[in-house]
Design a binder for this molecule. Structure first.
Ligand SMILES: NC(=O)c1ccc[n+]([C@@H]2O[C@H](COP(=O)([O-])OP(=O)(O)OC[C@H]3O[C@@H](n4cnc5c(N)ncnc54)[C@H](O)[C@@H]3O)[C@@H](O)[C@H]2O)c1
Length: 369
């Protein structure tokens, strides 16, 4: 359902902005599977208050009514977007609605936190970025994994030189469902993997390719394999599927010194550092600088350790950070530019997928998260 501006007068209670500048008054659009997590966190966090929620489904609205009787509910997004007592809008609806709802919210002077992917084209991302810039509003995207303490630890370990030069990063995001009807598995799942690749590999992507198959419904790939080449020579790869018996959420980084694995399904030891590697060494002094046959592969099979990862909920960190950006001017870590970068790569990957997996060069883009 597209956003349609209302013609009726809104009766939302007005509250002057400076009566409590330390509280971010939130409006939530979309209360399906993911939206209720935002509602819960908005109630738990000290700086946020959920004042209005909207979903086109009456059942979804009932959930808010029951759990949060003080929150205004509606089936019309305009009731959230145009409300005078809403400072920021969270868009947690299907991907195909993100652009229209986010643009309308920005045009009505609301900060926006939109779920991933921000939009369906880079052109739409550009329009949203421009609208936010024009109005001096925060535009942020739900790249939740860059707020995940395990992924943050991986980034620190890489920055500290623990893994050495990053050779490749491989992610798996598979399971059985949820099956989307508006986008394929690549657009639904890979935004997370791409945001992780961009967060961990400090280099520009230069080319991408993707393969995939639509087994359940024509035109909507259920499984995809995505490859990204980086300027540094590092390789990124992501396997996404909503048609797989195993729920896997794993990120592997292989460096020339050590290897790190993040396993989000693992209850305790989510990050493991493997003091493992392999190299080709000369078998003798005479062999150095000589032909390859004088070299032999050496495997280093060292210790494995699991650093303690804080148990903080990533979405809580993401929402608290968004509130900090809106209330205190912090710079968004998952901003419009990073959202555009992900969408741009998805567009290129889609072109490759439609061309049978042909590698495609990427437009140069400034480094971001
Ligand atoms: N960051 C994460 O880890 C994460 C996890 C799950 C989902 N998501 C994202 O969250 C979004 C929602 O996913 P979900 O799993 O909750 O989907 P869902 O289908 O369970 O829920 C979507 C809800 O939006 C409502 N809706 C649809 N169009 C609407 C409109 N125009 N106005 C108001 N309500 C509308 C539907 O009735 C439904 O209740 C998606 O963008 C998805 O990619 C992110």
């Amino acid at each position: 359902v597209a956003y349609a501006p209302t013609t009726t007068t809104r009766t939302a209670p007005r509250r002057p902005r400076d009566d409590d500048v330390n509280t971010l008054r939130l409006g939530l659009i979309g209360v399906g599977y993911w939206g209720p997590h935002y509602a819960r966190l908005a109630a738990e966090l000290g700086e946020t208050q959920l004042v209005a929620a909207c979903d086109i489904s009456q059942d979804a609205i009932e959930l808010i009514r029951t759990r949060y009787p003080g929150v205004r509910t509606s089936r019309d997004p305009a009731d959230v977007i145009e409300a005078n007592d809403v400072d920021a809008v969270i868009v947690s609806t299907p991907t195909s609605t993100h652009y229209t709802l986010s643009l309308a919210a920005l045009e009505h002077g609301k900060h926006v936190l939109c779920e991933k992917p921000l939009a369906m084209t880079t052109g739409e991302c550009d329009e949203l970025i421009a609208a936010a810039d024009r109005a001096g509003l925060v535009l942020s995207v739900g790249h939740t994994f860059i707020f995940n303490p395990g992924i943050r630890m991986m980034r620190e370990l890489i920055a500290d030189g623990e893994v050495g030069r990053v050779l490749y990063c491989h992610t798996i995001r598979t399971g059985l469902g949820p099956i989307r009807t508006d986008v394929n598995a690549l657009w639904d799942l890979a935004p997370h993997d791409l945001s992780i690749l961009f967060y961990l590999i400090d280099s520009n992507p230069v080319a991408a390719l993707a393969t995939g198959q639509a087994f359940l419904r024509k035109g909507f790939e259920d499984v995809a394999f995505l490859h990204v080449d980086f300027e540094s020579g590092a390789m990124g790869a992501a396997h996404v599927s909503w048609l797989d018996p195993h729920k896997v959420r794993r990120v592997t980084v292989v460096g020339d010194r050590r290897m790190i694995v993040f396993d989000d399904v693992e209850p305790v030891e989510k990050v493991k550092v493997f003091d493992r590697g392999a190299s080709y060494e000369a078998t003798s002094d005479e062999g150095r600088g000589a032909d390859f046959e004088y070299f032999k592969a050496l495997i280093r099979d060292g210790d494995i350790y699991a650093p303690k990862v804080p148990g903080t909920e990533p979405l809580r960190v993401q929402l608290a950070h968004f509130a900090d950006c809106c209330l205190h001017g912090a710079v968004p870590e998952a901003d419009g530019a990073s959202a555009r970068r992900v969408v741009s790569l998805l567009e290129t990957a889609t072109a490759s997928l439609r061309a049978g997996g042909m590698p495609m060069p990427l437009e140069p883009a400034p480094l971001g998260r």
